[in-house]
Design a protein around this ligand. Structure first.
Ligand code: ADP
Ligand code: ZN
Ligand code: MG
Length: 460
């Protein structure tokens, strides 16, 4: 199979639960893991005559993400009914947004990678949760019947649709991780795949390198693990390439990825938008986000920006790792106190937690090049509370002249040229000797004593 001629084309529809106290259109409180069907009311159970009232916080969260992705913000966003039948949707329609979403075109720049166009980001309500009684998750295999838990029904759901700009499973993985990190850092959602608060529909097609336009896509529904998304994309690419190479044509269709077999199973043939009979929700007025609200939204430095900035000091992989592990501020703090960047990054990744207020003291100890044991002790102290760098340095330094003298003598003897240079008036060479002694003693020597001894010997 000459699969190297083929390239993948991928677009993601990412769904994230928004972190709000109450549901999207009613005042039921959201609580993950609450007993089944204890978070319901006439609105989210679709009793006749119940009317939706939009959640202002959810709108604000959506705008925040829209601003972070540089999206055009709508002046006249419209909620729309998306009609379909399913037991988890008691109204028979989902309130979503269709022609006029809150957030329009934007982009997410993957540091060191492509810039991914954002088509739109809109606000909708999640459906309830069907629980298959047979125990199988996500499939009805083995289930005699299904139960519905309406607690999740009506949870504010943000859908972020990307352009088909991703070209590999790797791209998709990085895009999704970055988007997830952005959602988390903006404080608008927990975005945890294991809890179902982040899910993605993954659209995949392939085409020949250099080919214009796109071929029909396969949509892998409701993917909720980074590993499965990667494997699902790889399976779709593999199967599509094989089909094209057998001379077949493919149609747009929807699949479920089965992690047990690593294969795709047909979900159902794709409904067209027409089938949903979208129309504006008559019970809700359009949303015109006020200028003051938009102006009041403050964005922190976003993960993509931080990774790009840190990558200038370390390398790209280290920058990703630092930001995604939440350790970047530690590296930053050490570097600001004079620790060389690569070392600061390595330390931030490998040495447990220390507090911002300890960064200066730790940096001083790191710079003094003390022994590994001393450094371990220092970090343990920094994690548990206070740290006194002066005490550490005094305790660990070798200041015993009888230990240091032979080392210094040997170094002076081995570098007669440098000794001449110093004695000829270039006193800067002293630094060279201090450095050599510190290296020879693995950083254990007390720099003050080393300096004094060196001066005595060089001048004498
Ligand atoms: P729907 O809701 O019908 O799935 P959307 O427009 O919401 O349609 O989402 C379509 C998704 O599919 C987008 O993420 C888009 O980038 C992606 N996509 C569109 N065409 C292709 C294609 N040929 N190959 C891969 N992905 C595609
Ligand atoms: Zn309710
Ligand atoms: Mg879709």
């Amino acid at each position: 199979m000459s699969s190297s001629e083929w390239e993948a084309v991928i677009g993601l529809e990412v769904h994230a639960h928004l972190k709000t106290r109450t549901k999207m259109f009613c005042r039921c409180e959201l609580e993950y893991g609450a007993a089944e069907n204890t978070r319901t009311c006439p609105v989210c159970l679709a009793h006749p005559g119940a009317l939706p009232v939009p959640n202002g916080k959810a709108i604000e969260h959506t705008l925040k993400l829209g601003l972070a992705l540089g999206c055009e913000i709508s002046k006249h966003a419209i909620f729309a009914r998306k009609n379909y039948f399913y037991p988890d949707l008691p109204k028979g329609y989902q309130i979503s947004q269709y022609e006029a979403p809150l957030c329009g075109k934007g982009a997410l720049q993957i540091p060191g990678g492509p810039r991914i166009g954002i088509t739109r980001a809109h606000l909708e309500e999640d459906a309830a949760k069907t629980v298959h009684a047979g125990g199988a998750t996500g499939r009805s295999v083995g289930a005699d019947y299904s139960l519905v838990d309406f607690n999740r029904g009506g949870t504010p759901l943000l859908e972020i649709v990307s352009e088909p700009d991703l070209r590999s499973a790797d791209d998709a993985d990085r895009y999704l991780r970055l988007l997830r990190q952005t959602i988390v850092e903006l404080g608008i959602g927990d975005a945890e795949m294991e809890k179902g608060t982040l899910r993605a529909d993954v659209n995949v097609s392939v085409r020949k390198q250099g080919e214009e336009g796109f071929r029909p896509r396969w949509e892998l529904k409701n993917m909720n693990s980074f590993t499965y998304i990667r494997r699902g994309i790889e399976a779709a690419v593999r199967e599509q390439v094989a089909a094209y190479e057998r001379g077949e044509t493919l149609e747009q269709s929807t699949y479920d990825y089965d992690p047990d077999t690593n294969r795709l199973a047909v979900h159902r043939s794709k409904e067209e938008a027409d089938d949903y009979r979208y129309f504006p929700e008559p019970d809700l007025v359009p949303v015109d986000p006020p200028r003051e609200l938009l102006d009041s939204i403050e964005l922190p430095e976003l993960p993509a920006e931080r990774i790009a900035r840190l990558a200038e000091h370390t390398d790209l992989d280290a920058a990703w790792e630092l930001v995604f592990s939440g350790n970047d501020w530690k590296a930053q703090a050490l570097a600001e106190h004079g620790v060389e960047w690569k070392a600061a990054a390595a330390i931030a990744m490998n040495r447990g937690d220390f507090r911002p207020e300890n960064a200066a003291a730790l940096a001083e100890i790191v710079r003094a090049n003390v022994t590994r044991e001393a450094l371990d002790d220092a970090f343990a102290a920094a994690a548990s509370g206070s740290i006194d760098s002066a005490t550490y340095l005094a305790q660990t330094a070798v200041s015993d002249e009888s230990e240091l003298e032979p080392v210094i003598d040997a170094i002076l003897a081995a570098n007669p040229g440098q000794v001449e240079t110093y004695r000829g008036g270039k006193e800067g060479v002293l630094g060279f000797f201090v450095g050599a002694v510190m290296r020879e003693t693995q950083g254990k020597a007390d720099p003050k004593v080393v300096n004094r001894l060196l001066l005595e010997k060089l001048r004498g």
